[in-house]
Design a protein around this ligand. Sequence first.
Ligand SMILES: Nc1ncnc2c1ncn2[C@@H]1O[C@H](COP(=O)(O)OP(=O)(O)OP(=O)(O)O)[C@@H](O)[C@H]1O
Ligand SMILES: [Mg+2]
Length: 369
Amino acid sequence: EEQIRLLLNSTAEGIYSTDQAGICTLCNPAALEMLGYQSEDEVIGKNMHELIHYSHLDGSALTQEECQIKNAISKMQAAYSADEVFWKADGSWFYVEYRAHPVVKEGEIVGSVVTFHDITEQKLLHQQSIRTAQLASLGELAAGVAHEINNPINGVINYAQILLNRLQNSNIDTDLADRIIKEGERIATIVRDLLFFARESGPEVRLANVDDLLAEALSLTEAQIRKEGISLQIDAAGDLPQVYTRAQQIQQLFLNVLSNARHALNEKYPERDDRKKIEIFIDVAEKRKKQFVRVSIKDYGCGIPGKMLEKVMTPFVTTKPAGVGTGLGLSISHEIVNNHKGEFEIKSREGKWTEVVVILPAVEKDEDE
Ligand SMILES: Nc1ncnc2c1ncn2[C@@H]1O[C@H](COP(=O)(O)OP(=O)(O)OP(=O)(O)O)[C@@H](O)[C@H]1O
Ligand SMILES: [Mg+2]
């Protein structure tokens, strides 16, 4: 008995058992920890299905009938799953890998035993590697197409420019030539954006202050921001650590995010309005004992609907009309942050606000001396 207790207490695998009705009869410390409970008393005597396994990740109900753990008892069938979630005490979830076995005593089923562990990290890594593969194939395609388009489009722009010069000396309207140049430049920009995914190594890495990079990005767009009647509030903590960056990329990232913020504010308030504002916070965050510089850029514009939010970092996903957006801004930004071994997160409340949080690994104090 004591041996078994010791074993249950020491293993990292979560283990619990239930009686025939699915009521918890035992739960080891690893299971309690993963599920976010303080003591066994909070779990024992509870219906485990209703406590931790009541719904799918998307929130739809997981009924007792479709529950494989229940089936372990009712159908005397061992079950295995690695694509479901367990719900924690605080209402959050984790991806779980579990096995459920019927417990048989003298030929009769008396309950079930479930062993499980948290596989969230593996799942997320897997999703990330799928994304990386997608981007790699996009990169190959982009490099090919972009090369083929680059030369002719520059030809088109140059010829239109010659035409424009000639027209300017006559008194024929230059409008059409102007438009050819403008549209041509739009194509050239898209091609350049696409090439970002194909580039293997970017510009030089150097030590920089993130707040300086932000200031440089702002200097490029501040005039527009002011013209549109948007107020900008920047709050930077003092004495921020430096970050190893490809500075141009970080600036591009800020420009992408600011451009989205401006667009969202102009969408919500086509006219001037006091509520048209962007807030920027920069401070230091600590994660896994390491320092990061965190930049939060929040706009109080139109926000992003929940369904859309999951997709906004996918290349070519856009809600903007052709010519206004290509749907590359956020996927490029995400890629830039990944290249810097940082984290990129976007949160939003539809109709109210959108916040982009960028975390970049900082140089530790003793490292830069
Ligand atoms: N701050 C924001 N507020 C509201 N919606 C946003 C915001 N940022 C992004 N979005 C939504 O996410 C979509 C994708 O953004 P992303 O920057 O990747 O592409 P885009 O802005 O549409 O085009 P591009 O950046 O290539 O010009 C946008 O079309 C918009 O619907
Ligand atoms: Mg954009």
